[in-house]
Every structure is written in structure tokens, then in C-alpha cells.
Design a protein around this ligand. Structure first.
Ligand code: PGA
Length: 242
């Protein structure tokens, strides 16, 4: 696991966006794994900036998002489809038909999960997966627990995650309690992984991540055994590292 510490959130976002831009310029038909949440918003802003400066062409790029809330339609402003359209896809020249997000309202969830993994395989896997990290160590919605799941699956969100996500909703009761998420295996198959963390509130989990032990209680710890994973932190997120 390669560690890079940048001064602040803007520099973290710039570095992540440059990595993505370089990949697209090298491989115009690459497959990106994308994330939602507050952390990647700056990266998406940078990518839009580079697109407007004619530095990136997204026309042949395919994307797969990590997760989607269960029971929420893509046109609902709380959905991750809506988030991605508004934070990135609507502002670049990507073909929306090549942007994939699990279908949170699929009737047959098991089928949907299999379909999603097969779709990733059919595109020859993810070239670069962008990740955030939850305060509880989750990646995607692979929550801490006794087991980690390999493939895309339906998961119950932990109290900690529901509380963290409630900042985007009017009340705690409105926060979905389930999601479809790519599994740990689906994430680990990505050829390259970049995990971003910013701010003091991530310092504790970042410290735990760097104790260099693998634990299902910290799902992100699996990244220690990925062959090409870069963790980009700002100084605040890195402040408890020695
Ligand atoms: P955040 O979420 O970027 O909003 O902090 C990260 C995550 O839960 O993976």
C-alpha cells in the first residue's frame, strides 16, 4: 500500500483527478470504478475542469459505481445515480449508457447482483477503482462484521453508517437501511485502487488502517494485500500516523 500525504483536501482531489486523467489519456476506453460521498466531490470537480480545458475525452470511458441504496429510484435526489449525474456525468462527454450503478429498485436483488458482477467481467474488469473510507472502515458498503462478502450483494447498513449518512437527509428515519454494494472481491479485482481520506474525522480510522493487520472489523484493511493501491490523505486525516 503506497501512502501519499498532501497538504489539504484540494491537493488530494487534484492528485486523484490527475491519476484518472492520465489513465484515460493512456487508455481512452478504460473502465473506472467510482464512489459517492463527500470525499470524491473535489476529484469530480477537477475532472470536469480538465474536461472543459479539453484535456480529457470521456466518450469511450465506462464507469461502475460501488453501491446504491435499496428502494431508492435513480431520479430520487438521494440516490447515488442522481449524485453521479449531478456531480460528474452531466458535465462531461461520457455516454450515460456506459455508466453503471446497481439498480436499487430491482425486483430480484440476487439476479441484479449477479448481473452487475457479470457486467464488470464482460468489460474486462475495472482498471482504476476510486474509494472513500467510512469512519467504521467500510469501503463501498462492505460493513465491519464477522464476514466480508466477495461479490456484489445486498447489505444491511450499520448504525454508524446510517448516522453518518443522515447528514444528507431531513431525519434519521429517512435514511435507507439497506444497500446493494460491490463486494470485497469485486473491489480487489480492480487493477489499480486509489483510496482518499480527508479531514480530522477520518484520522482515527486511518490510524487503525495503518496498524497493518487484516481484520473484517476494518474492511479497508484488505487493501494491504492489493498489488497496486495508493492511499491519498490530507494532513488532517494523517495526523495520528507516526
Ligand atoms: P464520505 O464517505 O466521503 O462522505 O466521508 C466515505 C464512505 O463512507 O465511504
Amino acid at each position: 500500500m503506497r501512502l501519499v500525504v498532501k497538504k489539504n483536501y484540494d491537493e488530494v482531489s487534484q492528485m486523484a483527478a490527475i491519476e484518472i486523467m492520465n489513465l484515460i489519456n493512456k487508455k481512452p476506453n478504460c473502465v473506472l470504478g467510482l464512489a459517492t460521498g463527500s470525499t470524491p466531490i473535489g476529484t469530480y470537480k477537477e475532472l470536469i475542469k480538465y474536461y472543459k480545458l479539453n484535456k480529457i475525452d470521456f466518450s469511450k470511458v465506462t464507469t461502475f459505481n460501488l453501491d446504491e441504496y435499496r428502494g431508492i429510484k435513480g431520479d430520487n435526489p438521494q440516490s447515488y445515480r442522481y449524485f453521479m449525474d449531478n456531480k460528474l456525468f452531466n458535465s462531461i462527454n461520457i455516454n450515460k449508457k456506459n455508466t453503471f450503478i446497481p439498480n436499487g429498485i430491482a425486483k430480484d436483488i440476487e439476479e441484479e447482483c449477479k448481473y452487475y458482477d457479470n457486467l464488470i467481467e464482460s468489460k474486462h474488469g475495472i482498471d482504476l477503482q476510486l474509494l472513500g473510507i467510512g469512519n467504521n472502515g467500510h469501503i463501498g458498503f462492505n460493513e465491519p462484521g464477522e464476514f466480508l462478502y466477495i461479490n456484489t450483494h445486498l447489505t444491511n447498513l450499520t448504525k454508524n453508517t446510517i448516522a453518518a449518512n443522515s447528514r444528507f437527509f431531513n431525519s434519521m428515519e429517512e435514511v435507507p437501511t439497506q444497500a446493494i454494494t460491490m463486494g470485497i472481491g469485486s473491489i480487489m479485482k480492480a487493477k489499480k485502487i486509489i483510496l482518499l481520506a480527508s479531514g480530522k474525522n477520518k484520522a482515527n480510522i486511518v490510524k487503525e488502517l495503518f496498524t497493518e493487520k487484516l481484520s473484517t472489523k476494518i474492511p479497508a484493511s484488505i487493501l494491504h494485500i492489493h498489488a497496486d493501491c495508493t492511499i491519498i490523505l490530507d494532513e488532517e486525516a494523517a495526523c495520528l500516523l507516526n
